[in-house]
Design a protein around this ligand. Structure first.
Ligand code: G3P
Ligand code: MG
Length: 234
């Protein structure tokens, strides 16, 4: 499957925007990454009152001035919180409408029910489908996304273990495999490439790690400091 938003020869993906410079997963962070020149951004979503909210954790303490489980709050309450530098927790719709159409958007499904909700949610953005890559560690959410009629390209995420990687790839037919740095050996990347899939690796903030991955023919990296990566590959 094609995914024009991520088909650049080497894709620099702003991780949670430019999380090394700005409060992560905020519009300010996504805009900063775009201003740096990334080809794509990554963000994390949970379902709350049928809305998709952009936040990494299932609790509020680390990234906002709120406390407790995200799911124990109302949407209105969560939207009043400060997510850093006066920024609000964005809705996915706000990111889609405020980030330039030429920028790829990797929507990482964190919370339960996100896969089932996403196809109808994205129906309001038909022209945007080619820019979106839907990924998750929760491969059942990706299957639910497909079952609900979702047509965007998929990214299969693996963190600690690569167990069942090729079986899952056969079942879900993703566009890309997203690997943690520790799993991303040159040998594994070569096996994934042999299947015709791309490999994107997270989270790459150091240039020696970037150099190792580039030798292994990585297709793109997620970085909290996309400016460093862009400068190194220029
Ligand atoms: O999508 C790549 C990366 O964001 C996955 O890990 O925990 O940073 O969401 P995490
Ligand atoms: Mg993520």
């Amino acid at each position: 499957m094609d995914c024009p938003g991520f088909d650049h020869p080497f894709v620099v993906i702003g991780h949670r925007g430019a999380a090394g410079h700005e409060p992560e997963n905020t519009l300010r962070s996504f805009r900063r990454a775009v201003a740096m020149g990334v080809q794509a951004i990554e963000l994390d979503v949970y379902l709350l009152e049928n809305e998709l909210v952009v936040i990494h954790d299932d609790s509020l303490e680390r990234t906002t001035n709120g406390t407790g489980a995200l799911a124990s709050h109302t949407l209105a309450g969560v939207r009043r919180l400060d997510a850093g530098a006066g920024e609000r927790i964005p809705l996915l719709s706000e990111v889609l409408s405020s980030i330039d159409e030429g920028i790829g958007i990797n929507v990482e499904l964190k919370g339960e029910g996100t896969g089932e909700r996403l196809p109808a949610y994205l129906a309001a953005y038909p022209r945007g489908h080619g820019r979106i890559l839907v990924s998750s560690f929760r491969h059942r959410e990706l299957a639910a996304y497909r079952e609900a009629g979702g047509e965007c390209a998929l990214g299969l995420l693996f963190g600690r273990s690569k167990e069942s990687l090729f079986e899952r790839a056969d079942a879900l037919e993703p566009y890309a495999i997203h690997l943690s740095v520790r799993l991303a050996s040159a040998a594994l990347m070569a096996r994934i490439h042999a299947r015709g899939l791309r490999v994107f690796v997270y989270t790459v903030n150091e240039l020696d790690v970037l150099a190792r991955l580039r030798k292994g023919k990585v297709d793109g990296v997620f970085s909290d400091y996309p400016d460093r990566i862009l400068q190194a590959i220029a």
